[in-house]
Design a protein around this ligand. Sequence first.
Ligand code: G1P
Length: 298
Amino acid sequence: MQNKRVRKAVIPAAGLGTRFLPATKSLPKEMLPIVDVPNIQHIVKEAVDSGIESILIITSGTKGAIEHHFDYDFELETRLRQSGKDELADQVHAIGDMADIFYVRQKNPKGLGHAILCAKDFVGDEPFAILLGDDLVVPGPEEGPAIGHLIDCYERLGKTVVGVKKVDHAAISKYASVKPAGEACDDGSPFLLSDMVEKPRPEEAFTDYAILGRYVVTPDIFEILAHTAPGRNGEIQLTDALRQQALKGQAAAAVFPGTRYDIGDKFGYVKAVIDFALFREDIGPQVREYLEQLVKEK
Ligand code: G1P
């Protein structure tokens, strides 16, 4: 039997963004701009570029700006057109056409696993993608989108596939560490997992292959999540539910392509902004000159 196509994606965006206060007091952290594009727009684009048709964004009380961003704004467009800024108006309009986007609120901040459980009705009985906004992945010139790679792996295997990359051993405690059933592969091919653990101490980690915010998951995860007790930090952890699949030989990992930025971290965010600015046609040369000057002066 052919594996079902992956058509739906879930983007959890309910977190408080405490690491970016005071900016995130009224601004959703997902709306923080990477130069002039809000991070969540990059995430939605990655999903759309990978063939995803419908997206569910899991929000919470203060996230209204996300919905406005993916809506049309007639007043803004009209004003832009009246002042001859048609190109900008088209650009703003196109954001409303990116995908079919749905929203649901996570009413209780009980963890990532609980947030994903809020997607049960939207997803139904299909495999689906999960993209975490704190992980921004930029494909290289010859590379496709990260989630697209995991979708390809899923379509071959018919099992859950988590996206991983090797991190520094000391950093593994920020992530989930996976245990390959056999040899791990660095070339992007999927490899079966036998276990995984959420945010282990370095000495408890299975390997330094960390799950970095990209997943394609089979829908039986919802039944598992409904029975998953709170784990690390007292939260219902997605990793604990995925672990149940891994223990049954039903989960794999694949190293995904692209450069990944941890933009939930202040330094990671600044790096992303600098890199994006450097590669922009409009301001790139100016930014490069400025940085070179800065290095000479220090
Ligand atoms: C979450 C997941 C963790 C994963 C990480 C990826 O943690 O719980 O398993 O490795 O995202 O960035 P968070 O960073 O939300 O605490």
